[in-house]
Design a protein around this ligand. Structure first.
Ligand SMILES: [Zn+2]
Length: 79
């Protein structure tokens, strides 16, 4: 039984091939081709887009605010 691993930046499940990238700690959407974590603004935008995909009616500003809030709970971004 394998312990589930989640992206430290966005919580994507790393045991699913569609999220597994070059890094052991981050999903492929949160790193570049070398496995380096992307800039905070890039990740925030990506998470905002993800929120918009399953929260109909949410606007860009609200999505970015929620993304920023969400990221505060992530090991990669917690201050
Ligand atoms: Zn991620």
């Amino acid at each position: 039984m394998q312990v589930r691993k989640f992206c430290y930046s966005c919580t994507a499940p790393l045991d699913m091939p569609e999220f597994k990238g070059p890094s052991d700690n981050f999903c492929k959407y949160c790193v570049d081709a070398n496995g380096n974590l992307l800039d905070r603004e890039v990740i925030q935008k990506g998470i905002a887009e993800w929120f918009k995909s399953w929260q109909p009616g949410i606007d860009d500003k609200k999505a970015l605010e929620r993304a920023a809030y969400f990221m505060r709970a992530m090991p990669a971004w917690a201050a």
